[in-house]
Design a protein around this ligand. Structure first.
Ligand SMILES: Cc1cc2nc3c(=O)[nH]c(=O)nc-3n(C[C@H](O)[C@H](O)[C@H](O)COP(=O)(O)OP(=O)(O)OC[C@H]3O[C@@H](n4cnc5c(N)ncnc54)[C@H](O)[C@@H]3O)c2cc1C
Ligand SMILES: NC(=O)c1ccc[n+]([C@@H]2O[C@H](COP(=O)([O-])OP(=O)(O)OC[C@H]3O[C@@H](n4cnc5c(N)ncnc54)[C@H](O)[C@@H]3O)[C@@H](O)[C@H]2O)c1
Length: 493
């Protein structure tokens, strides 16, 4: 019997099509809509993206009880109240609520209220300004722009047996319903240290394997050192200079054997060697890759699977007609929710200006149409215990960039506010001063409660506030912010 011919659905036209409803895509669609453009978002999983369900929000829900308990333990009079272990089931239940039980009704309601259309399904480019959803079920065309906001996914290094062992990646590490007895974490970056902190405090034995000589290699070295000391004190078995050579898991869901190339002799193939670790679970936290392998990049002359190379308006380079944008993780400028949302505001404004035919965009650094902060003033908080917070350049990055600069350090524990915040407060602050322009290039704070201190530094770095004016920004006494005064006093002599 002949198949019934189907009529192809007519193209649906919008001013802007957004691929991916993570924090970046939502904000881009919102900006476009606020500028009077029609916008549709295509989403293959949950509206809200990685951040809401398997990244920022659930991970911070797991970490908040850890830092709250530590803070309480360091305040005289409260120690007894905060003794004992965390109530793991209560923490996991709260985490489930923070992740909205992996349902996106609330975010869909927000899209509705914002006047943004939603198409569920996998979106792919099909030539200039066209997107097909779920292999042609629907075809969308864009009058002005298509914005790829498809984010990133975890990378598994090419270790024999690793993929077959089905290790945890960030999704399982933020959504697991049970605490593993023994968790091995590979990678000493942000995901590795945050998840080692959380699962250790929830009761797991944790082994953290790092191939370099320290943690958090993109931050000032003292950040990794202080976090490493605290993790070790908390009972984490931290092993640096260690490579994973092979992984074996004979029974799905059963124990996993991690074979190491560690100093002191590798374990042999077959049986368990001296340095092998047998654990209940293995988390791989070794970085991210773009989610661009299957989005039709080849139909517009780009290489599938690549990070999208963009200009400061987030427009993708090398695409005729300039209608394609790459915003958020997918452009690899700064893999952080707040930076993706910032880029979305900038790109949304640029798309709207171009749609209106504005002849010259404000595309100089710090202009309305130029993403600038995502390369020059990126704030990041690592929510470990102690917290590590930084913005702008480290000393090493300032050196590489050829600046003439001075490093100014301060013991955070010596500040009155810190002394009151916690008994035996341990922490450190550093600012990097540009000696030619007398402004801050960067700042780093490590210690309990420093996350809320970071925005002051972000304002100073992004605003290029002259040191002589910062001298008049008087921190309230007795707060941890008084570290600013100590840093400036040290610098001015
Ligand atoms: C464990 C962890 C913790 C983190 N914690 C923080 C933190 O505390 N603070 C912070 O700032 N950042 C944090 N991040 C980083 C943050 O999660 C990302 O920077 C952020 O989610 C990027 O947003 P995005 O919108 O670019 O991409 P995503 O959030 O990844 O969203 C992309 C969306 O696109 C959809 N999609 C992909 N392909 C298609 C397609 N072909 N068709 C339709 N839809 C598609 C996906 O389903 C997804 O919903 C963390 C990351 C991890 C892994
Ligand atoms: N609090 C936050 O802001 C937060 C939290 C989590 C994640 N994130 C973002 O998510 C992104 C991903 O985080 P991540 O920790 O996966 O990546 P990352 O790039 O921060 O760290 C990955 C680490 O793994 C190491 N590594 C790479 N290959 C390895 C291998 N084969 N064996 C052992 N180690 C290896 C790297 O040297 C690096 O130190 C980051 O860019 C981060 O900004 C942010």
């Amino acid at each position: 019997m002949a198949a019934t011919p189907t009529t192809p659905a007519a193209d649906e036209a919008y001013d802007v099509i957004v691929l991916g409803a993570g924090p970046t895509g939502e904000n881009l669609a919102d900006r476009a809509h606020a500028a009077g453009l029609s916008a549709v978002i295509v989403e293959s999983e949950l509206v809200g993206g990685e951040c809401s369900y398997w990244a920022c929000m659930p991970s911070k829900a797991l970490l908040r009880p850890v830092t709250a308990r530590s803070d309480a333990r360091r305040v005289p009079g409260l120690q007894g109240a905060a003794d004992g272990s965390l109530d793991a089931p209560a923490v996991l239940t709260h985490r489930d609520a923070v992740a909205a039980h992996w349902k996106d009704d609330g975010q869909v309601r927000w899209l509705d209220s914002a006047g943004i259309d939603l198409v569920r399904g996998h979106g792919r480019l099909a030539g200039p300004r066209r997107v097909v959803v779920d292999d042609g079920e629907r075809t969308l065309t864009a009058r002005h722009a298509v914005a790829v906001c498809t984010g990133s996914r975890p990378v598994l290094p090419p270790v024999p047996g690793l993929a077959e062992a089905r290790p945890w990646t960030s999704r399982a590490a933020t959504s697991s319903q049970a605490v593993p007895g023994h968790l091995v974490v590979v990678g000493g970056g942000v995901v590795g240290v945050e998840m080692a902190t959380a699962w250790r405090a929830l009761g797991a034995s944790v082994t953290l394997l790092v191939r370099g000589d320290g943690l958090l290699p993109r931050m000032e070295p003292f950040a990794g050192q202080l976090v490493a000391a605290a993790l070790t004190e908390a009972g984490v078995d931290l092993r640096t200079g260690t490579e994973v050579r092979e992984v074996r898991r004979e029974i799905p869901g059963g124990p996993v054997t991690v074979v190491l190339d560690a100093p002191g002799g590798p374990g042999g193939p077959g049986g368990a060697g001296r340095d092998d670790i047998v654990a209940d679970e293995l988390l791989i936290a070794t970085g991210r890759a773009p989610r661009t392998a299957d989005i039709g990049l080849e139909t517009v002359g780009l290489a599938p699977g690549s990070w999208l190379d963009v200009d400061d308006t987030c427009r993708v380079s090398g695409v005729t007609g300039g209608w394609l944008y790459g915003v958020g993780d997918v452009n690899h400028r700064a893999l952080l929710t707040h930076q993706g949302k910032y880029q979305a505001r900038i790109a949304g404004a640029a798309i709207a200006a171009r749609a209106r035919g504005v002849p010259i965009l404000e595309s100089d650094p710090w202009g309305a149409h130029a993403a600038t902060a995502d390369t020059r003033a990126v704030p990041q908080v690592v929510f470990t215990d102690p917290e590590a917070a930084s913005v702008g350049l480290t000393a090493a990055a300032a050196e590489r960039a050829g600046h003439r600069f001075q490093v100014v350090d301060q013991d955070l524990g010596a500040v009155a506010g810190a002394f009151l915040y916690a008994d035996g407060y341990r922490g450190r602050a550093r600012m990097i001063v540009d000696l030619d322009r007398e402004v801050l290039l960067g700042a780093t704070f490590v210690g309990p409660g420093v996350s809320e201190l970071l925005h002051s530094a972000t304002v100073a770095v992004a605003g290029e506030v002259p040191i002589e004016r910062l001298w008049h920004a008087v921190p309230a006494y007795p707060t941890i912010s008084e570290v600013w005064l100590r840093l400036l006093e040290t610098y001015r002599g």
